[in-house]
Design a protein around this ligand. Structure first.
Ligand SMILES: [Zn+2]
Length: 971
């Protein structure tokens, strides 16, 4: 019996075969395979994500392609481009899951001709590939051509070509400007296009198909566009007119998932093996019932929808993260975060699965499926999984509570007889529980509720105003002084804070023990004037108070829906952990039980930087010797800073070694151990690092990277421990060094006599600086290859400024500086050689003139303009007028002008023949300057003068004046 399971179906046209066939077909026809460009266009901030195959070829179409790049000689190309449509103008996120064809991630198959073949071949290729190679019944295909409008002729050429490949006339349809004319933007390349549409309905029992021509481009779900061939033949000018392009191009795009569904005879893209392997994995992880491919009312438990959402989202998330689009709070990073949270909520609600490491479990399946075509996801698999887990864990902390709050708000609205969820509530869900507004909207829809976007914006605005007030008041940190501490000691019910849970990652509940404001201990936050900062002491806390160089945590203390305090700083005073911040809403009292929630997304990079500091400290000792002592350190979310004693600057070779050892330690993925040990024992451990002069508590916490603390303690004198990073440290650390990912040293400098400082980054920050460095390196290589000239000189100037500002690996920076110096020297050498050649040319032309016109006493000449002509003129004047000059008896006037730069340069020499009659250089030049503007220099009565003018367009008049003036003397 055939399997009835969608998920287990086998296909002749597997997704992989469909893709390979497309690529091979065009490769066999002279097309170069160009790998998909990054789906995250990091260098183009105006574009959230790559959303079309042509994006990477823009420069070719615009004619601005770098002549040194591979693309300059590219004539035919083929690829499958990764695309994301989520956030921004093209946002499919809200629809994903609900229907058969919306995706936030998809592939776009395309073939391109850049000034090579045009309509004829493009049409022949697409028809042959679809009907002969893929074997699609031509009776099910319809094609369109541009019908003409806005003064443009119909594209009858395309129509005829379709006929010539055998498409019957009633399957060739005219299309309007909207469907059949493609433009890149308000200006730029554009042209008519021809689409291929496919009729999904099967033939009747006699093998006949209905004629579906009336359903083409009519939003009919059963007649769908599969391929678009764009013929770029015009340029849209700034005045909106169209000018034919000298080079005509072909740009095509075919939705891969849709093509697969056609070839697998599916009405839904999700029923194909693009998605079914992912469904299988999701089922395996969640134990849910299997995917049945139902929609809307036919999917009452919502499970099929959830399958689609999760499978779509894991693709978007994995590819975005692999290309550097990490989740955060702005721009494309926030789109990625929204996608993850939407997916996590579906998984939690419909699959009832735990959130925290859900998506990462599906990733291996995706990598297996697509890693050959897109090796980047295989290469970045570990990173993808880690980032997904980190994000999920952080959202998981508030997901359930946010859902409960949502229920409460929904009930409240229902009781009021309203179908609208108030904007304040929607904002609260975002602000406190991290629910993206579109997620809340989706949840509201499920409950038949509406959201008023304007109200949400108003609530957001209100919150922004309120937080502005916070910042103003935040200038002075609330502190406990010796009197306050004395008072606390006398308060029986305020214990020193138990902060043992700061090493965990969970939210905890705590009881408020004291509220401190303006030197007083208060009973309630009500007593604090609005907008003012105050301190809170809890019985226990999971917040990390700033100490040992590690920065404090931020976060919130709250009672769901009743009150919330935003915590902006945490310090410890004699065992009392003081959380300082502002009331966001509501009232909290001494005795209130609150949820303590530190910001995990801030703690995460701090953790990585802290273990990174230990690894660095170890590597420093290995390279510079045991006498290196820690003199200070800072562990912040964005970087780490480490000060140490060392007499001389660390050399580049040493720096390289330090990075190498650190990287080795990180790659080993050593486990990080921490344990309290009696101080006396701990001090005995071989190779332990402690800060000289620091007093440590007893017992002291020992942090060891790679060897369990128990083992160290059992055998303290073992010299092997010298090869392990062991420190006394109260900070928070990664579980395994692999989480640090990379350690990149940005800076090594001296801060005082005998004290050096290293600044370094780890994790995502390190990836970012590496990417920036790689991008700059490419620019530098391009510069190196550029032909000499003003363009290269300008680019060099630009890059020099950029290089100075660049925050990248110190070693790479040095390498770049060396390379840059070489380039600069080659430019200078070239300039010098060019100048020398030009000087010679000018002088030669003067010598030649007087050789050919021996009797002539004077030469007035206009020279060709160049960047060096100014120099060439003054050199020539100097040579001619020189005491040993063979042309000393000849008078000369030289001029050159550039209209583009609005500059004129000129210079002259008056030989004795004329000076004896009263002529002088400055006088001669001043007559010319009257016409060309500017000033002419030279001592009164001197034989030579040099000048610069501004009226370049009057240069010929100036030359004429020079001639006339000298000719008034006796020749
Ligand atoms: Zn430490």
């Amino acid at each position: 019996m055939a399997s009835s399971s969608l998920v287990d179906e086998k296909h002749d046209w597997s997704a992989r075969r469909v893709r390979d066939t497309f690529l091979d077909y065009f490769k066999e026809r002279g097309h170069t395979f160009v790998p998909s460009s990054s789906v995250v266009p990091l260098s183009d901030p105006t574009l959230l994500f790559t959303n079309a195959g042509m994006n990477q070829y823009k420069a070719i179409f615009l004619g601005t392609v770098d002549p040194a790049s591979d693309f300059a000689s590219l004539k035919r190309a083929v690829n499958s481009q990764k695309c994301i449509r989520a956030g921004g103008k093209h946002n499919d996120l809200d629809d994903v899951g609900k229907d058969s064809y919306h995706h936030t991630f998809f592939e776009m198959l395309g073939n391109w001709s850049f000034g090579d073949y045009f309509k004829k071949e493009a049409i022949e290729f697409s028809w042959e590939l679809l009907t002969k190679v893929y074997g699609i019944d031509p009776k099910r295909l319809y094609v369109t051509y541009f019908e003409g409008s806005d003064g443009l002729e119909p594209d009858l050429e395309a129509k005829e070509l379709w006929k010539s490949v055998g498409v019957p006339e009633d399957h060739i349809l005219p299309g309007n400007m909207k469907d059949n004319f493609w433009e890149m933007g308000d200006q730029g390349p554009c042209g008519p296009c021809s689409e291929l549409h496919y009729d999904l309905r099967e033939a009747d029992k006699d093998g006949n198909y209905r004629n579906a021509s009336s359903l083409v481009n009519a939003d009919d779900p059963e007649v769908i566009e599969i391929w678009n061939n764009v013929f770029i033949q015009y340029n849209r000018e700034p005045d909106r007119s169209l000018r034919p392009l000298p080079n005509k191009h072909v740009d095509t795009g075919m939705g891969f998932e849709r093509l697969v569904s056609v070839l697998q005879h599916k009405k839904s893209n999700y029923d194909t093996d693009v998605f079914t392997p992912l469904f299988k994995k999701i089922q395996e992880i969640t134990g849910a019932r299997e995917y049945r491919g139902k929609f809307g009312h036919e999917d009452p438990d919502g499970i099929d929808t959830a399958y689609r959402v999760v499978a779509d989202h894991v693709r978007t998330l994995s590819f975005a993260i692999a290309d550097g689009g990490v989740p955060n709070n702005v721009g494309r990073g926030y789109v990625v975060r929204r996608v993850l949270r939407r997916g996590a909520r579906y998984a939690r609600k419909y699959f009832e699965t735990e959130i925290g490491d859900f998506f990462s479990k599906i990733v291996p399946s995706l990598v297996e499926q697509m890693g050959d075509m897109f090796p980047e996801i295989r290469k970045k698999e570990t990173d993808i999984k880690e980032i997904l887990d980190e994000e999920e864990k952080s959202f998981a902390k508030s997901l359930d509570r946010g859902e409960q709050m949502f229920e409460k708000y929904a009930q409240k609205a229902k009781v009021k007889g309203s179908n609208d969820l108030p904007g304040d509530d929607v904002w609260r869900l975002y602000d406190t529980y991290g629910f993206p507004v579109d997620l809340t909207k989706l949840m509201a829809e499920e409950r038949g509720l509406n959201i008023n976007d304007k109200e949400v914006e108003e609530a957001q605005e209100k919150a922004r105003e309120a937080s502005k007030g916070d910042k103003k008041a935040g200038a002075v940190l609330v502190k406990l002084d010796v009197h306050d501490l004395g008072a606390l000691e006398n308060m029986n019910n305020v214990p020193k804070t138990d902060d043992s849970t700061k090493y965990g990652r969970e939210n905890i509940t705590s009881v408020i023990k004291a509220i401190y404001h303006n030197k007083k201990f208060l009973e309630s936050t009500k007593e604090v004037p609005e907008g003012e900062q105050f301190g809170v002491l809890l019985d226990r806390t999971n917040f990390y108070a700033e100490q040992g160089g590690q920065e404090y945590d931020t976060g919130r203390l709250l009672v769901d829906d009743e009150a919330e305090i935003t915590i902006t700083n945490v310090q410890v005073y004699a065992g009392y952990v003081l959380h300082t911040g502002y009331i966001k809403y509501g009232e909290l009292k001494v005795g209130s039980e609150v949820i303590a929630e530190y910001d995990e997304l801030r703690r995460h990079p701090i953790r990585s930087n802290h273990t990174g500091t230990h690894v660095l400290n170890y590597a420093l000792r290995e390279v510079l010797g045991d006498e290196v002592d820690q003199k200070g350190s800072l562990v912040a979310p964005e970087k780490l800073r480490f000060d140490f004693s060392h007499k001389t600057a660390v050399t580049d070779a040493q720096l390289a070694k330090i990075e190498e050892i650190s990287t080795f330690y990180i790659r080993q993925n050593s486990e990080v151990y921490a344990k309290d040990v009696p101080l006396a024992t701990a001090r005995e451990i071989w190779g332990v690092r402690a800060v000289f002069g620091e007093t440590y508590p007893d017992p002291v916490r020992v942090v060891s990277v790679g060897v369990p603390v128990e083992d160290l303690v059992k055998d303290v004198k073992n010299p092997q421990w010298g090869k392990v990073s062991i420190e006394f440290c109260g900070g928070t650390h990664v579980k395994q060094t692999g989480e640090i990912k990379e350690l990149v040293i940005l800076e090594e400098s001296g801060i005082a006599k005998g004290i050096r400082r290293i600044v370094a980054v780890t994790g995502q920050e390190a990836y970012d600086v590496q990417r920036e460095a790689a991008e700059f390196g490419e620019q530098l290589n391009k510069l190196e290859k550029m032909p000499f000239g003003p363009v290269k000189e300008a680019e060099a100037k630009k890059l020099q400024l950029e290089l100075n500002k660049l925050s990248i690996s110190a070693l790479t920076k040095t390498k770049f500086r060396d390379q840059f110096t070489k380039i600069l020297k080659s430019i200078l050498d070239e300039q010098k050689a060019a100048a020398k050649a030009e000087n010679k040319k000018v002088l030669d032309s003067i010598t030649t003139y007087f050789a050919e016109n021996e009797a002539s006493r004077v030469l007035v000449r206009k020279l060709e303009w160049s960047g060096n002509v100014n120099k060439a003129i003054s050199e020539a004047i100097k040579t001619v007028s020189g005491p040993k000059g063979v042309l000393r008896e000849k008078s000369v006037y030289l001029v050159a002008a550039s209209e583009a730069e609005g500059k004129v340069v000129h210079g002259c020499y008056v030989a004795e023949h004329f000076s004896s009659q009263g002529a002088s250089g400055p006088e001669w030049a001043s007559h010319v300057a009257k016409i060309i503007g500017g000033k002419a220099g030279g001592k009164a009565g001197a034989p030579t003068a040099i000048g610069q003018g501004v009226h370049a367009h009057k240069v010929d008049e100036g030359v004429e004046e020079a001639r006339k003036w000298i000719e008034q003397f006796k020749i």
